[in-house]
Design a protein around this ligand. Sequence first.
Ligand code: URP
Ligand code: ZN
Ligand code: ZN
Length: 480
Amino acid sequence: MTRTLIQNGLVITATEEIHADVLIEGERVVALAATGSATAEAWTAERVIDATGHYVIPGGVDAHTHIGFGPDPVPDKMGRSSAFGGTAASDTFETGTRAAAWGGTTTIVDFAVQPVGGSLREGLDAWHAKAEGNCAVDYAFHTIVSDVNDAVLKEMDALVDSGESTSFKLFMAYPGVFYSDDGRILRAMQRGALNGGLTMMHAENGIAIDVLVEQALAAGKTDPRYHGEVRRELLEAEATHRAVKLAQVAGSPLYVVHVSAASALAEIAKARDEGLPVFGETCPQYLFLSTDNLAEPGFEGAKYVCSTPLRPREHQAALWRGLRTDDLQVVSTDHCPFCFVGQKELGRGDFSKIPNGLPGVENRMDLLHQAVVEGRISRRRWVEIACTAPARMFGLHPRKGTVAPGADADLVVYDPVAVQTVSAATHHMNVDYSAYEGRQLTGRVRTVLSRGAVVLDDGQWLGRAGHGSFLRRGTCGYLG
Ligand code: URP
Ligand code: ZN
Ligand code: ZN
């Protein structure tokens, strides 16, 4: 078994910062000891990594990606290609997980989609077939439930039991595609209350949004910026409120994905104040981008079309505050990349046909570190929201998301003072634009280990497709 020693770094976890050496045997961390201590000095290893002047942090856990996404299952109820343009995410599991590692993320949780009229099993089988043998880092699956019925409810029990998928995303948006009505949502939540599965909710009132979409298009409002205008903040807040109440009736936990609006966050905060097991996730795009981007001239705004949509800049302060106060626990990317040429372009002349989604799996750790540099969050909170909390939320902790004896040696040696400029010309995601083009960030990944294997070092890719393993998961670590 190869012994690896990471020396002289500042080890940062969600709870501690210590100058410590980290000893790895094979795929696991086996011990930590204060740098310079007799214990650390006595350690020998085949491979020694010097982390002087660097942070040693757990590999990032991105709990919301759509690498295997599409083409979407059915046209929408108006017969148009749906919000995803009948097209597929531009990354493969090979390119997407490699890009994740370049950005310091060593675990992703992707969404397997239940085909309409099909089973959860069919969706998961399709995702396993896409991912197996192709991933550079470890991966797990949530399940998108697009059709709640008795058979599906039984499947949910079995998936939670086996750990193949212990979290289930439901949509209050996208009528005719992924949408579930309140009755179906309630039934799925009731099942989650019994079997321990976590309900993840896309909280937007899609029925009302579709009316506003039709009206906007009829009035000749076809530019990307109208995507943000019709997907009204109030309709995110209303759906979030309804999701909380349905979860309360069902007695189930609730995890609200991609929270973008201050008023939706207020609903989550209120629920948490009442002691309800309600959790919230936001994404870098809502923290760093705004409706100003959607309104960029020409058709440039299409690059920023995602749902929930980008909001006016004022919302960002509320989201940062929510992250500091723990009303939001997780930052994931919702990485759902579509190229500008040939994919986003499907919506020229009709914003509703722009495939919904943004690339970002490679940028999350660095963007959040920039928030550390700017004093918005502490270093420990950075590690918590990007590594530890997502691992714990989705039943992967303590194997993932921390630096501790027994944990997988998924580790990042991070240079906190290196300066980089984000660009599509240098990123590794298979997408022809960057949502953060030209942004200067302080901080950069230097070395990445995935289960003890060095996959990236000093700008050199050393990983391989197929190194990443499928992860079975426990249930949410914030309950019970
Ligand atoms: O626009 C987005 N977010 N696309 C991915 C699908 C989803 O709703 O998360
Ligand atoms: Zn969603
Ligand atoms: Zn998503």
